[in-house]
Design a protein around this ligand. Structure first.
Ligand SMILES: [Zn+2]
Length: 267
């Protein structure tokens, strides 16, 4: 079972502030220099684990009530059931939901889970205290919990859960392949955040290494096509999952993949 856990749509500009965007009343033209992005963490149930991939912003929609917890409830689970949290990288739109402010400190969003990130990604992120893309206090907090565990390079976390460093978006950005009921799901994080990065090949200026990122997503798209895999897109609630095919001219064809349950919501 794979469930998108949408936190809604936002615009983001060079200040890296995520400003809620409601397409029924807001216009992108009124926000020049902004990118429109959806935020879509994923919940994946395997035989042994309940996994959250990239817990998102950690949106609190009313006091003490978090959108990601409610979305998990709607999928039939509780936040306390989550056993693994996988982090592609530590920018705040992906990792803001690792924990939330509580009195003078923080509390883990998923207290029963093991959280996994690349060791070098953390080592680099904590040197970035002044970056508007990083919430340094949250990273400092989780580093001091026993819930956090590190990966070093590429490997297999558990049977059917694979991780590999992509680089590109951040130096140690990683991607995941998870096999559920013999279907493989590929999560490319911010190296492959939306369907359009396969449909139109381009180099993005928000990447650490845009050329490397562009090459990697072509590689991953081809791999998905060859293995009949489903790509999961963190920044697309229109098409959070897609089957990939290639035509004779080496162009990618994307077909919306039905995920278990459509929990996209308009906040
Ligand atoms: Zn990012």
């Amino acid at each position: 079972m794979v469930v998108p856990l949408s936190e809604g749509s936002y615009t983001v500009d060079i200040t890296k502030k995520f400003i809620p965007f409601d397409p029924s009343i807001d216009s992108i033209k009124e926000r020049p220099g902004s990118l429109l992005v959806d935020i879509v963490p994923f919940l994946i149930k395997t035989t042994d684990e309940l996994i959250v991939i990239d817990p998102g912003l950690g949106l609190e929609h009313s006091v003490g009530s978090f959108t990601i917890h409610e979305n998990i409830n709607r999928a039939g689970y509780s936040y306390g059931d989550v056993t693994l949290v996988l982090l592609s990288h530590l920018h705040k739109d992906h990792a803001g939901g690792i924990c939330y402010p509580y009195h003078d400190s923080f509390r883990l969003m998923f207290p029963e889970a093991k959280y996994f990130c690349q060791k070098k990604e953390m080592e680099h992120a904590i040197t970035m205290a002044n970056s508007p893309s990083i919430q340094i206090e949250k990273l400092e907090f989780i580093r001091n919990t026993t819930n956090l565990e590190y990966m070093n390079g590429n490997g297999i976390l558990k049977p059917g859960i694979f991780y590999e460093i992509s680089g590109g978006h951040t130096q140690f950005h990683q991607v995941f392949t998870i096999v559920v009921d013999r279907q493989s799901y590929f999560f490319g994080g911010d190296v492959l955040p939306q369907p359009k990065q396969l449909q139109m090949r381009y180099i993005a200026k928000y990447d650490y290494d845009g050329t490397a990122s562009a090459a990697k997503r072509i590689e991953y798209g081809k791999r998905a096509a060859e293995t009949n895999g489903i790509c999961l897109f963190f920044h697309s609630s229109q098409m959070p999952g897609a089957k990939i095919k290639m035509d004779q001219d080496d162009r990618f064809l994307l077909e919306n993949a039905a995920l278990s349950e459509d929990l996209i919501q308009n906040l």
